[in-house]
Design a protein around this ligand. Structure first.
Ligand SMILES: Nc1ncnc2c1ncn2[C@@H]1O[C@H](COP(=O)(O)OP(=O)(O)OP(=O)(O)O)[C@@H](O)[C@H]1O
Ligand SMILES: [Mg+2]
Length: 398
C-alpha cells in the first residue's frame, strides 16, 4: 500500500505539484481557456500564482509543449529574446537542426552563441523583433507538425516590463507587449500566460489614460488567482499539523482556526505551521491567534505586509497617493462596507476638496490591486480582513 508522504511546512519555498492544495478546479478552468486563447493571471502577492503555473507546466496534457520562465531579473527586450532563445534550445534537442535560420540571423546581428546561450549586442528594436519572430516561428512550426501547441508561462511579466520602462522607456515596454500580441495573431498554435503580482496597469501608467493599458492584451483572458477555499486551506493546515507531528488540543479546530485567521492564503498557513514547529508547544485556537497577532506587529515584518503600503508609493501616480491612503484608512476602520457617497463624504474630512471622479478612478485602481472589493449592493470594503487588520495596526488607526 502506498504511504502518503509527510507534508512539511515550506513557506515561500518550491513545493512539489502534489503538495499544491485546492487548485484543481482552477487549473482545469485555465486549461479550458488555453484551448482557445492566451491568459493573464493576476493575484495578490504570495497567493500561490507560481505554484499554480509550475504545476501546470509539469502536468500539462500531452498535446502541449510548456515552457516556464521567471522574468523578474530581465531588464531589456534583448535579454528577453536571449532568454526565449535559451528556453527554446533547452526544450528541444532536435531543434538545433531546424534553427539554422535563427542561428544565421544571430550571427548577422553580431551576436554570439555558445551551447544554446546567445548574447546579443545592443541591437535596434526591429532586429530583436525579427529574431524573436524567427525563433518562435521555428518552434511553433516544428511542434505543429506533431500536433502540439506551445505555451510560454512567463512569470512576473509586469515586473520585467517595469524594469524595461525604468531602464529605457514606457514605449520600449509597450513595444514588447505589442510584438507579443502580433506573434499570438501570427501563430494560432502559440499561447502565452503572463503572471505577476503587479498589474499591467501599474506599468503602463502614462498611456493608461488614453485607453492603451489593456489594448496589447485584450485578446487574452484575464483570470484571478484567489485565496484557497476555506475548506482547502483547512485541509492544508490539517495535513501540515499531521506531517510536522504537532501536538494540538484539537487538530480539526486548530486547522480551522489557522485557515480562517489568514483568509485562506496558503503562504501564511505554511508560516503559522512553521512557527508552531519552532515554538514546540501545544497548538490550539488561542495559540494560532497569538502567532498571527505577533506576525502583524513584528517590526521585521516577516510576512512582508509592508508591501501593501509601499506599493502605493512605488506604482501610484503622485496625484493619486493621498486619495488612495485616505480611502484605505477610512475603509480600514469601517465596521461595515461603505457605499461610495458615504465614503466620499467622510473623505472630505480628511482631504481638502477631493475630486469625485478622481476618487472613483482611484477606487478602481485599488480594486484592480486587490486592496478592496465592491459588493453588488455597492458596498466597498477591504478584500482581506487580515490585511484590513494589518492596515489599522500599521497606520495607527486602532
Ligand atoms: N496551493 C497551495 N498549496 C499549498 N501551499 C501553497 C499553495 N500555494 C502557495 N503555497 C505556499 O505559498 C508559498 C508562495 O506561493 P507562490 O510562490 O506560488 O506565490 P506567488 O503568488 O507566486 O508569490 P509572489 O507574488 O511572491 O510571486 C509557497 O512557497 C507555498 O509555501
Ligand atoms: Mg510568484
Amino acid at each position: 500500500m502506498a504511504v502518503e508522504k509527510r507534508l512539511r511546512a515550506n513557506p515561500g519555498g518550491e513545493i512539489a505539484p502534489s503538495e499544491v492544495f485546492g487548485r484543481d478546479s482552477l487549473i482545469q478552468k485555465l486549461w479550458r481557456i488555453l484551448e482557445r486563447q492566451s491568459l493573464v493571471l493576476s493575484a495578490e502577492r504570495r497567493m500561490g500564482k507560481t505554484c499554480v503555473v509550475k504545476k501546470m507546466t509539469k502536468e500539462a496534457p500531452e498535446n502541449y509543449l510548456t515552457v516556464y520562465r521567471d522574468l523578474e531579473g530581465v531588464r531589456s527586450p534583448i535579454e528577453f529574446v536571449e532568454t526565449i532563445f535559451q528556453d527554446v534550445e533547452r526544450h528541444l534537442s532536435s531543434f538545433k537542426r531546424l534553427a539554422e535560420g535563427t542561428r544565421q540571423l544571430v550571427k548577422e546581428l553580431g551576436g554570439t552563441e555558445i551551447g544554446g546561450v546567445i548574447k546579443l549586442p545592443e541591437i535596434a528594436a526591429p532586429d530583436w523583433k525579427r529574431l524573436l519572430m524567427k525563433t518562435l516561428e521555428d518552434l511553433v512550426k516544428q511542434q505543429e507538425s506533431k500536433d502540439r501547441k506551445v505555451i510560454f508561462f512567463w512569470d512576473e511579466m509586469p515586473l520585467m516590463l517595469y524594469n524595461i520602462k525604468k531602464r529605457q522607456s514606457e514605449e520600449a515596454a509597450m513595444e514588447v507587449l505589442d510584438t507579443l500580441r502580433s506573434l499570438r495573431q501570427m501563430f494560432p498554435q502559440l499561447r502565452m500566460v503572463f503572471t505577476g503580482s503587479i498589474g499591467l496597469h501599474n506599468v503602463l501608467t502614462s498611456l493608461k489614460r488614453v485607453g492603451y493599458a489593456n489594448a496589447p492584451t485584450n485578446d487574452m483572458k484575464m483570470e484571478d488567482v484567489p485565496p484557497l477555499l476555506l475548506a482547502d486551506a483547512e485541509n492544508l493546515a490539517y495535513r501540515l499539523l499531521d506531517g510536522e507531528n504537532i501536538l494540538t488540543t484539537n487538530r480539526h479546530a486548530t486547522a480551522k482556526a489557522i485557515a480562517t485567521s489568514v483568509d485562506g492564503i496558503p503562504y501564511f498557513v505554511h508560516h503559522i505551521i512553521d512557527q508552531l514547529v519552532m515554538q514546540n508547544s501545544l497548538a490550539s485556537e488561542e495559540k494560532v491567534e497569538e502567532i498571527v497577532n505577533n506576525y502583524l506587529i513584528d517590526p521585521h515584518d516577516p510576512w512582508h505586509l509592508r508591501y501593501y503600503r509601499e506599493r502605493i508609493d512605488v506604482y501610484y501616480p503622485d496625484a493619486d497617493k493621498p486619495l488612495a491612503l485616505g480611502i484605505l484608512d477610512l475603509l480600514a476602520i469601517a465596521e461595515q462596507p461603505l457605499i461610495f457617497e458615504d465614503l466620499f463624504n467622510q473623505l472630505q474630512n480628511h482631504i481638502v476638496n477631493p475630486d469625485k471622479e478622481q476618487t472613483r478612478n482611484v477606487l478602481t485602481l485599488l480594486e484592480c490591486d486587490h486592496y478592496i472589493i465592491r459588493q453588488i449592493d455597492g458596498g466597498l470594503g477591504f478584500r482581506f480582513p487580515l490585511i484590513q487588520r494589518y492596515w489599522r495596526l500599521h497606520r495607527g488607526l486602532v
